[in-house]
Design a protein around this ligand. Sequence first.
Ligand SMILES: [Zn+2]
Length: 209
Amino acid sequence: MSKEFYIIVNSLFDDSSFGYGEQISENFNTGKAQFCEGCNLPVSMLEWLPPYEIKVSKKELGDFIFGTYTGFINSMKFKVQYEQSNLTGLSGFKEVDVYHKKKKISESFFYPNIPLINAFVNLELIKFEDENLCDICQKGSSILNHIYSVVFVNPEMIKEDIFFTTALGQAHIFVSEKFKEFIDAARFKNIKLLKASDFEWDSLNPIEY
Ligand SMILES: [Zn+2]
């Protein structure tokens, strides 16, 4: 049986139920991007450096806060339970100061590192503009145009339970079936998962899930 993967499909700025986040300073500190050893192109966004401070659009917050930064910010409840699980992938949970209407929220939130791995996807299901692929990161300088479905070429090689793939970039977070079971069992708030093979995406027409 082939391994199943899921994708997080929360829309970043939907606060109908829970708030989204934005870095407080528009000129927040950044470090370096990661570069591909094959094509020498950047495969990641610039790293966000301290201070970790965000403002949220709403006081009601889930266990996950999505927004202007790469990845997500998570609750203490998620951090504690993740660290007690045997899941792999997340590391370096940095404490984030969260403000609502300039008042600091007393609960603790964290910004974890999500690994960026070279997990190749079936390219017959992806449409690129200016296709110019790479043997290491897969994407090279190609520009994503449409994703019809995400099917990993070597799913058994993927060791992480949560990751980005260089093939599709850091707009898309993937998780293993084990990670999905953990999320479902703990009933974390504000995370929506969809089977990666059912995921469709278009560069011009956003698809809501
Ligand atoms: Zn490359």
